[in-house]
Design a protein around this ligand. Structure first.
Ligand SMILES: [Mn+2]
Length: 416
């Protein structure tokens, strides 16, 4: 048996940060998925909720969903869905209005088991659909199934795995593990991940099209071919791949940094592109430049147009969308021995914080900083939890950041 597994298509949504290019949409991705399902000759396409972005996208979603389901149907492929929190109301309406007898929405009124027959093979699916925008309870609490003689038995449910306070069907791994199915196709989380590879496996297929830089890494559809594997395999499928990564410039001379960064960007982009087949159009990169150099301000100035980076590699555009910086002067503390100015003092303090070898004056300063910090944290509401803010390591990080800024500023002003 061969199945195509997906969820969180969000038909009506498009990928962000692609400028005027309009082809990077969920609808275009769905069209490619349908073509792929037909090429692969799968028995069924399974969609675990949030197929449609939301009710106000019904008109733009209807045509493409309808066309796709009819193409699948004409190729003898069954489409099986459950609804999620985004399409709890609109998906049932669309399923009812599409004139295809091979399109099923399971679990409209609680758990539903259904057996599908493909030639001499039988597939049972236990499915549950979101009845409302929010469902603060674990749907597995009311799980029921039928005992049929089938070749493969799967479950489909949209919800938040191991997030106990979630308003979106907080499912627990334990409740899934107690069931007798071979695997669980889940929806809701956009990051593709096989959460559990043992029986029953549990899979978040993720959004097949990546929608923003927060959805970094490889997005695609999953193929379960029971003749080959017992668990599903990811097929890269998005037309865009967002990626955040670090480039450490410490080994470079300042003069060679720009060239080095450009080579690293290209290498990272090409490595991503090589993992995709034909679907990929854009690799959108967010490098963070880290490490030590002689003149950080000059280096940042030299690389200020890095966001213009764009090359074409075998039909894929590799581009830099945003650059972050975490670089600092390569300071030699011995150069400042015996000096009594503010710069020397800041450099020595930074050195002590980095080595952890504190002088008695520094220990006193740190204790003072901590008690002042505690006092201030009690006075002001903070978005960082007070415990996190007050732990020794984060305070030391805070001080180091301040010192690095201070040193840069003094050196810039004094031109040293
Ligand atoms: Mn969802």
């Amino acid at each position: 048996m061969k199945l195509l597994l997906s969820a969180d298509l969000h038909l009506g949504r498009k990928s962000s940060r692609v400028g005027e290019r309009s082809s990077h949409t969920a609808i275009a991705c769905w069209d490619r998925m349908v073509t792929y399902a037909i090429e692969q000759n799968v028995n069924a396409v399974l969609l675990a909720g949030d197929v449609v972005e939301q009710r106000n996208k019904r008109f733009e979603s209807y045509g493409p969903l309808n066309a796709g389901v009819l193409r699948l149907s004409a190729a003898g492929i069954t489409t099986i869905a459950v609804s999620g929190n985004h399409d709890f109301d609109v998906l049932p309406q669309l399923v009812d209005s599409i004139d295809a007898d091979m399109f099923f929405l399971l679990g409209r009124n609680g758990w539903e088991s259904r057996v599908f027959t493909f030639g001499d093979q039988r597939l049972q699916i236990d499915g549950w659909s979101f009845p409302d925008k929010r469902v603060p309870i674990n749907p597995l609490d009311s799980y029921s199934t039928e005992d049929n003689d089938v070749d493969l038995h799967l479950g489909m449910v949209h919800g938040d795995l191991d997030a106990s306070n979630s308003k979106y069907a907080p499912i627990t791994a334990e409740s899934l593990s107690k069931t007798k199915v071979s695997g669980w196709l889940l929806g809701h989380i956009h990051k593709p991940e096989l959460r559990n590879a043992d029986q029953p496996w549990s899979l978040y297929p993720g959004s097949p099209q990546a929608f923003d830089p927060g959805e970094a890494g490889i997005h695609g559809v999953w193929l379960l071919d029971t003749a080959q594997n017992s668990e599903p395999q990811l097929v890269p499928f998005s037309s865009i791949c967002y990626s955040s990564f670090e480039i450490d410039i410490t080994p470079c001379d300042d003069e060679s940094i720009a060239g080095y960064v450009a080579r690293e960007v290209k290498e990272h982009g090409v490595e991503i592109a090589e993992q995709f087949s034909s679907s990929l159009g854009i690799v959108s990169l967010r490098p963070t430049i880290v490490g030590d150099c002689e003149q950080p301000l000059t280096v940042i100035q030299d690389l200020k147009n890095l966001t213009d980076y764009q090359i074409n590699e075998g039909g894929v555009s590799i581009e830099v969308e945003k650059v972050s910086w975490n670089i600092r002067e390569n300071l030699r503390v011995e150069d400042y021995f015996g000096q009594k100015n503010a710069l020397a003092k800041a450099v020595r303090l930074l050195h002590e914080l980095e080595t952890g070898e504190y002088s008695s004056g520094t220990s006193e300063l740190l204790a003072n900083f901590r008690s002042r910090g505690a006092k201030l944290s009690n006075n002001y509401a903070s978005i960082i939890s007070v415990e996190d803010e007050l732990n020794e390591e984060s305070q030391s990080e805070q001080l180091k950041r301040q010192l690095v800024n201070l040193i840069s500023t003094i050196r810039e002003q004094a031109n040293v």
